[in-house]
Ligand binder design. Structure first.
Ligand code: MLT
Ligand code: ZN
Length: 462
């Protein structure tokens, strides 16, 4: 049974953190994230400076049965950090230092509040590369990326956040602090708690330091834009490209309605064609400039055979930036344009054409429009379902049935219901599609071992 935060708790928190770092008014910004239009009023917001303070805060809340919601930059797309019960929202924004970039070992030690792009820029200045680059890279925090196992356009070649995490410092709910692994690229010592923490959505502990593996920065990249008249052609091209033996550093698909909304809302020029329904963004990178063009030439007949209407090359830095801006802004601008629900479907990549067809067929049956886009090379399709003229009743009662059908298709095709946005609040009701009761029981047991009083992120899915 949780206790309600009271004055005594506020005094105790102020004693640990100092008055300035325990907030009790103007808390609205911490009650929502980027997920639909959810808002849960936070009771208390705390802004600790380090692991020791977090340890004291957690031990206090644990002894008093107070819920704790860890929050990074608030850019989540599944409502994972939302404070659905009255409790303490714990911000990581003061833990924002890059503590070390180790050029001898290609590693870095960072705090969770560092913004993804700041970290990427810092390592790139030294000739190194941290590939995971979610669309919100300019504003999302690395701690949030750990919480969701975030991906981004570079995952097709370089993998997601979890592929770069070597070791984590974690504060447990009882205040104990552990390191989950070692600062090594291999480790066969014990159970892998590091990977268990990645994607654990603030349910098991609070990450206070991250050791990342880095790689050498590729010297060159080339970007191509390929319009398609038929959705099915665009979707089947994804696998044809990958089967050709060329592995692009990004292989994205964007439905033209999303491109239109994004380019208009961001006032970014984009070579729209009336006859295109989908656009593919294909990026190649590497250290040999000539090889990139050889690879592009190898891909030309594949693209033509698959029905590409054209193959445009971004021959300037400006053009590259414009096309990427349009791509990265689709989610945010579609959200501004319409009430919507965002799904994060993922299937084995060869099944993408079947998934896309099913999404559109289900949409027609339930009467909703959707904007599809995402990391096609990973089989990860973001489906933004638009409310448009649907009645509130249809939106609340029928559309979830349609979403359930979409997720059932994902499961049937060997996929699952989220590729990179997490379960959080919004996918909880669909978990039965992918997890049996035995599977849920195992996960509940793990939660119970880490957090027996269940103070971390309660009211979500575990
Ligand atoms: C993206 O790929 O654009 C991100 O996952 C964000 C989004 O889907 O809104
Ligand atoms: Zn994405």
């Amino acid at each position: 049974m949780f206790q309600l935060p009271d004055n005594e708790l506020i005094i105790a928190l102020r004693h640990i953190l100092g008055d300035a770092h325990v907030l009790t008014s103007d808390l609205e910004p911490y009650g929502s994230d980027y997920t639909e239009d959810f808002y849960f009023p936070p009771a208390i917001v705390v802004v600790p400076a380090d692991a020791l303070q977090i340890s004291e805060v957690l031990a206090l809340c644990n002894s008093r049965n107070i819920p704790v919601y860890t929050r990074g930059a608030g850019t989540g797309l599944s409502g994972g950090a939302l404070p659905v019960l009255p409790g303490v929202v714990l911000l990581t924004k003061r833990l924002n230092r890059i503590l070390q970039i180790d050029l001898d070992n290609f590693q870095a030690i960072v705090e969770p509040g560092v913004i993804n792009e700041d970290f990427r820029n810092a390592v790139e200045e030294l000739g190194l590369f941290y590939p995971p680059d979610p669309a919100s890279k300019g504003s999302c925090s690395l701690g949030g990326n750990i919480a969701h196992g975030s991906g981004g356009p570079k995952a097709v070649k370089y993998g997601t956040t979890r592929d770069y995490v070597l070791n984590l410092e974690v504060v447990l709910p009882d205040g104990n602090i552990i390191w989950t692994g070692a600062n090594t690229v291999k480790n066969s010592t014990g159970l892998n708690l590091t990977q268990l923490m990645v994607g654990s959505e603030g349910l098991l502990g609070v990450v206070t330091k991250i050791v990342f593996r880095l790689i050498a920065k590729p010297k060159f990249d080339q970007l191509f834009l390929i319009p398609f008249a038929e959705a099915e052609d665009a979707a089947k091209t994804v696998n044809e490209v990958l089967l050709s033996g060329v592995t692009p550093s990004s292989l994205e698909l964007m439905e033209s309605s999303g491109v239109d909304i994004s380019s208009k809302a961001t006032q970014t020029p984009f070579p729209m064609r009336k006859d295109a329904t989908f656009y593919m963004l294909l990026e190649l990178d590497g250290d040999d400039a000539a090889k990139l063009f050889e690879d592009a030439e190898r891909l030309l007949p594949v693209l033509e055979k698959c029905g590409a209407l054209d193959v445009l090359h971004a021959d300037s830095a400006d053009l590259k930036e414009q096309w990427w801006k349009v791509r990265r802004s689709i989610g945010e601008t579609v959200k501004s344009a319409s009430v919507y629900k965002e799904e994060d479907t993922v299937v084995p990549r060869a099944a993408l054409p079947e998934l896309l067809k099913a999404v559109k067929e289900i949409g027609t049956r339930y009467g909703f429009d959707s904007v599809c886009y995402g990391h096609a090379g990973d089989g990860n399709l973001h489906v933004n379902i638009l409310k448009n003229n649907l009645s509130d009743e249809a939106w609340q009662q029928d559309v979830p049935k349609g979403i359930r059908e979409i997720f059932e298709v994902c499961k049937r095709l060997g996929g699952t219901i989220s590729g990179e946005h997490g379960v959080g609040l919004v996918q909880a009701e669909y978990l039965d599609i992918v997890f049996s009761e035995s599977h849920m029981k195992l996960m509940r047991g793990i939660k119970n071992t880490f957090d027996p009083k269940k103070i971390l992120n309660p009211g979500k899915w575990l």
